[in-house]
Design a protein. Structure first.
Length: 301
């Protein structure tokens, strides 16, 4: 009589775990593991489950399991995991080769004077770089900032000046990218001037009025070219232009009508336009300060 003997089931585990793999760029990479008994394996990279396709081949040969990565690129680098029955084996893929600036190159840049210049590129691998302007290496300073943000390399120049224009280059040792930077002069924001100030009548006769004023507080970014002087008889609504070509900050208005009340105003003008008017607060009477009789008495003394 033959007795049947029940052998204990072999515990499922990794007899040969995964090992790190290093391959040249564009070559095929292979991860292999061996289980203690046959079972299905799930392959993953990070949190992504891998499936058979153009990029990956998944092979099961009894207890041996193989993951093939075709045309290895730098973004294929990372941790790969084989999982079976809740147990995992993890290893890392390293890809060796040229460090291309293929994700993003620096672009031609046009800046306005006094604005900041920012140039950025992105590497396919985390390696140090050097920045150049017209062939000369740039170093960090109060105006020049050289930063690293993950795979991104950032050059920033504060308050661009005309001598910042040129050819800029980012060099990682085995590859480089370049761009032209232009700096345009900033156009001034020009305006008409502010009104003249402190307009006053410093002398009055029956026929004339001597006016005096102070230059505007702001010329609008363009020199004052002339002043415009106007008068108005208070009995009338409309203003009368006396002179539009006054160059000085004083002027004698004539003729006036004796016995009439007048108000006066002055505006400034530059190449952009005319200011608002500055007007005297109170009207003045067109008359001589002294009568002929008073003048005679004064002359006899």
């Amino acid at each position: 009589m033959v007795r049947s003997v029940l052998l204990p089931e072999i515990e499922l585990d990794f007899a040969v775990p995964l090992k790190d793999v290093t391959v040249p760029e564009r070559r095929q990479a292979r991860f292999e593991c061996v289980l203690t008994r046959e079972a299905n394996v799930i392959w993953s990279k990070g949190t992504d489950i891998l499936k058979i396709g153009e990029k990956f081949d998944i092979i099961a040969d009894g207890k041996k399991h193989i993951l093939v990565i075709n045309d290895s690129q730098f973004d294929d680098e990372g941790e790969y995991t084989a999982e079976v029955d809740g147990k995992k084996s993890t290893a890392r893929l390293f890809v060796e080769g040229k460090y291309f600036l293929m994700n993003e190159t620096i672009k031609n840049y046009s800046a306005v004077e006094k604005d900041d210049i920012t140039l950025e590129c992105e590497l396919s691998k985390d390696v140090p770089v050097k920045w150049y302007k017209d062939g000369e290496e740039l170093v960090a300073s109060n105006r020049i900032s050289i930063k690293t943000d993950g795979l991104r390399r950032i050059l920033k120049i504060k308050k661009a000046a005309e001598n910042d224009k040129g050819v800029y280059e980012c060099d990682c040792g085995t590859d480089k990218t370049s761009a032209n930077v232009g700096v345009e002069r900033k156009l001034s924001c020009l305006d008409p001037p502010s009104p003249p100030r402190w307009l006053e009548v410093i002398n009055i006769t029956k026929n004339t009025a001597d006016l005096k004023w102070t230059v505007p507080e702001k010329d609008g970014g363009s020199p004052i070219t002339n002043y415009i002087v106007e008068k108005r008889d208070v009995r009338r609504k409309g203003w009368q232009t006396v002179d539009t070509t006054v160059k000085d900050t004083k002027y004698t208005v004539s003729p006036l009508t004796e016995g009439s009340l007048y108000v006066f105003r002055v505006a400034a003008e530059n190449a952009i336009g005319q200011s608002d008017y500055c007007e005297i607060e109170d009207s003045v009477l067109a008359k001589d300060t002294f009568s002929k009789f008073q003048i005679c008495l004064l002359s006899d003394q």
